[in-house]
Design a protein around this ligand. Sequence first.
Ligand SMILES: Cc1ncc(COP(=O)(O)O)c(C=O)c1O
Length: 346
Amino acid sequence: MRDLFLLDPEVTFLNHGSFGATPRAVFERYQAWQRELEREPVDFIARRLGPLLAEARAELGAFVGARADDLTFVQNATTGVNMAARALRLEPGDEVLSTNLEYGACVLTWQRLCTFVQAGVDELFEHVTARTKAVFVSHITSETALLLPVEEIVAHARSLGLTTIVDGAHAVAQVDLDLDALGADFYTGNCHKWLCAPKGAGFLHVRPEWQERVDGAITSWGYEEPATFISHTERQGTRDSSAYLTVPAAIAFVREHDDRDRCVALAREARRDLCELFGTEPIAPESMVLQMASVRLPEPDVDLNRRLFDDHRIEIPISDDGTLLRLSIASYNDRADVDRLLEALA
Ligand SMILES: Cc1ncc(COP(=O)(O)O)c(C=O)c1O
């Protein structure tokens, strides 16, 4: 598997979670789209791009359990969260309820727009007030790498009449998604993490009743009538859409090489080994761990990432406060990678 990726063979790469990694064949498809664009830029952008993007959305929709026209491509999950948050038209004093495990950039997004209330997952709904407008939750959290019960959270929030926004940055291709069944008002995901698409390929899924209120990240030609949710959000001035067009190739790759069960088993095994080495307790039950596992260090060490990279050529992230080490297991990782990490840490 390792040979199918472009990764540096000198590096033990245990950080698929941050920015993913693209297989050679998928990257070649990406570059082929770029070449096709440059061969006849006007024909490609002005005539062919709309239908090509519609085809790519249809394939992504089938993969994530959504109607193609409820999905729009965005550059990344951060953009998706920003677009969803702005669509809510929040007013001063409006509250958005969330967990205390959210991704920092998204926390900043919400804090600029509302009173952002963060609480423990188990006690989340104890913090609902008359001002609560929406619930925002990650499907798989960032630093703590935990699979959250989003089905339950979305269903309960909807029963209370609250709008739901799910940040699925890490969930696409780690979890089998059925977005229509999940029923969140907004769900954003990244294709450039676990789906292994080139960087800059994300999507925002919006329930039909919200689509009219969603603005594109910028206002462009897609606002000329007749306009739709897709035209508002997809037409973003002159840009290279090759990463979006490559999403079907990434879907084909992960389908062909699906070994998530092995990856999850190895991530859980490595978590047990790391907890034993550090003498620390698991941060959550094993059922919340998929292909990423975060483990508490015996003492905070913000510099550990740098030392592991400089001295051992091991790429693995440490949380900002230095308390957690997060391991990712992708299809190209095996037990030998974990053993190298354990040896270096010891
Ligand atoms: C939970 C979560 N949300 C959002 C993001 C942001 O992803 P991007 O930088 O692709 O927008 C990340 C990135 O790691 C994440 O972990």
